[in-house]
Design a protein around this ligand. Sequence first.
Ligand SMILES: Cc1ncc(COP(=O)(O)O)c(C=O)c1O
Length: 352
Amino acid sequence: MSTTYSPQQLRQRLDRLPRLRLAALPTPLDELPRLSAAIGGPQIWMKREDLTGLAFGGNKIREFEYSIAQAVEAGCDVLVHGAASQSNQSRQTAAVAAKLGMKAVQVGRADAHSQLQGNLLLTHLFGADVLLPPANEQAATLQATLASLRQAGHKPFNTSSDGAAYRGIAYVDGFLELWEQLQERNVQPDVVYVASGAHTHTGMVVAARALGLPLRFVGISPSPRDNDAAAQHMATLAAEHCRILDIDVDITPADLESYAEFVGADYGVVTDGSREALQWTARTEGLVLDPCYTGKAMAGLIAHVRAGWWTAQQTVVFVHTGGTPALFAYAAELGLDTSVRTGGRTGGMDNA
Ligand SMILES: Cc1ncc(COP(=O)(O)O)c(C=O)c1O
């Protein structure tokens, strides 16, 4: 049997934990009526975690308030991260390191998007050391980098694996913020959609269940994975959040629904659905999604509306987790008509 907590009781528990102030909070909650009309579906509210402020924002800036606080407490002096070349987390790691006066190292990989654009450009700009070994050497390069940093007397903190449970804790806080905004606007959502790596999803589910809310969460995975195994993994992570917060809440795999059906060929590969989602969101609301996470999450929502999961009478909250700088490395895949570029100069116009 789970215990139910008030928002104040959850906040008191969050307040016991070390926290940095990195994000511009609260992030906005916007209604998207033209997108709702375009997809012929439910009312859509978007929680703008792309607008957390620092370094073009995104969910990691909020997550790092709690996870990198652990690094500071432990006396770490280098933030390390490694994933795809256009990793949002590498960009956000480098920016936070700069802000905290730490060193940053990105151990990414050479891949289809490793041109000096988007996140990779920004990671360089923030002063990180950037290594892009071939994919099959990435894990060994990361281990060698950590070993040589330690040998040189540094104390590295890997922002993926170290303090990972605290990243979800940040979204316990994030959900309390969202819930307050929904109540202020008298909005009663039927479901929350989120690009589900893990932590944003697990943190919000823990908060909702701790408040005693039966709210449904649908996670859309950016990477190929088994849906049931992902739910199991996330339930373990959620139990860790509950342990850290010292709350008595049972989270089962059934609470952590997620779908890998919208990934397409692989992580970071644009699909017809994600291209359509990016274009519709841009063209109805002037709003930018990203090609790896939120584009696919929105493609999942659109597909579910078409399949009759959600009607015009219902209300969806879509959590925009950020990632938009990656878009600039994806021009070729977006299916845009670029012929205007060949039309010569646009004389007589102001330059600004
Ligand atoms: C834009 C975006 N959305 C979602 C995620 C998933 O993050 P998390 O697992 O921390 O919730 C990431 C990071 O991997 C991301 O960059």
